[in-house]
Ligand binder design. Structure first.
Ligand SMILES: [Zn+2]
Ligand SMILES: [Zn+2]
Length: 360
């Protein structure tokens, strides 16, 4: 038992004796359980430690102060308590399993498979695909027909931009021709819809590798880093944040650039928290790239993006019709990391997606 200092708001001169928060209080148990599960998922130590520290901070409070701080919404004023831990504490003390904890619990066991299947069923299209106009192997029509046969209502055609010459990136002139071609095909394919788009290179200074006026005409713009992947961390962070802050950018493609097969390629180094916070702020979707050699972002970053409150696009980055069915890979990773269907832009109808992307 501890002697508590009078709580703010308590009558002067009235000394109150209260119990300290018990070690099995719901908030303490929940925070420690979260730390345990993060460890199990091999999350970085600093994330695990943040939850253990929060548990210690809560245990050191009196029961009254904890309740008072919850009522006053002043948990975050305590050192070691941030927005995420505060929310978990409030939910736990209310007698609910914190959302953060439930997401983590769902990563162990069958729930993931069910969630992944539900997520896949909710997808109505794909926001990142290539045709033989750049480095894809098939025509726009073949890609569209394959997407339609998978049950999709739309597919975004996002061929490369001029700078990526190895991938036959489209000049402004060729992209204009492609827009005309898509318009013709859409008449033929309706109600299925090919959304116009691009996978535009993020230049070294963070600008986008295509004319603004042309980017503005497209239904969807995926911006990706394809060059100077080993740029120093600060510069890469600034480069990505500049691209994310550009109102023409709608989706941040394969953010780390890693390759996980063969000789592989390490992740680019950047401040992921800052970049994802910018994505949340500017309402740019973080791509969950389903290509088996990319699987980008890695799970720890995907969890971070969920935590930060980002939107997502679960895409295949297909370069051939058969690859359009890779979305399940992304859905499994998304489900394992707690991505909710209503935060995934390609669960929207084509018109809602275009309206979302069209926001000023
Ligand atoms: Zn790419
Ligand atoms: Zn691509």
């Amino acid at each position: 038992m501890e002697v508590a200092t009078p709580l703010p708001g308590a009558k002067a001169g009235v000394i109150r004796y209260t119990w300290s928060v018990p070690h099995d209080a719901p908030a303490v148990t929940a925070l420690r359980r979260i730390a345990f599960l993060l460890e199990l998922a091999q999350e970085p130590t600093h994330r695990v430690r943040a939850f253990r520290r929060a548990a210690d901070v809560v245990s050191a409070l009196t029961a009254d102060e904890l309740e008072w701080r919850i009522r006053q919404d002043s948990l975050k004023q305590l050192p070691g308590i941030g927005a995420v831990t505060a929310l978990a504490i409030i939910e736990a003390q209310r007698g609910e399993a914190p959302v953060y904890l439930r997401r983590l619990e769902s990563t162990k066991g069958r729930a993931v498979a069910d969630d992944a299947a539900a997520l896949r069923a909710a997808l109505r299209g794909d926001c990142h695909t290539h045709s033989d106009w750049s480095d894809g192997g098939s025509s726009i029509l073949e890609m569209a027909e394959a997407a339609r046969s998978l049950g999709h209502e739309y597919v975004a055609l996002t061929d490369h931009s001029p700078r990526l010459t190895v991938a036959r990136g489209l000049s402004a002139e060729r992209l204009r021709q492609q827009l005309e071609e898509v318009e013709r095909l859409n008449v033929k394919l309706a109600p299925f819809r090919i959304l116009t788009g691009i996978e535009v290179d993020i230049n070294e200074d963070g600008s986008l590798d295509q004319e603004d006026g042309l980017l503005d005409r497209l239904d969807i713009v995926v911006a990706s880093v394809h060059s100077k992947l080993r740029m120093p961390r600060e510069q890469m962070t600034e480069r990505m944040m500049t691209a994310v802050a550009n109102p023409l950018t709608k989706v941040l493609g394969h953010c780390t650039g890693r390759i996980v097969v063969g000789r592989g390629r390490p992740e680019s180094e950047f401040d992921a928290e800052a970049v994802f916070e910018a994505c949340a702020r500017f309402d740019v979707a973080v791509e969950i790239n389903s290509r088996p050699e990319r699987l980008d972002p890695p799970r720890r970053l995907l969890r971070l993006a969920v935590e930060v409150g980002c939107r997502f696009a679960i895409d295949t980055d297909a370069h051939a019709p058969g690859q359009l069915d890779w979305q399940m890979v992304g859905c499994e990773r998304a489900a394992a990391c707690g991505v909710a269907a209503d935060t995934v832009i390609n669960t929207l109808s084509a018109s809602d997606l275009v309206a979302w992307a069209d926001r000023a």
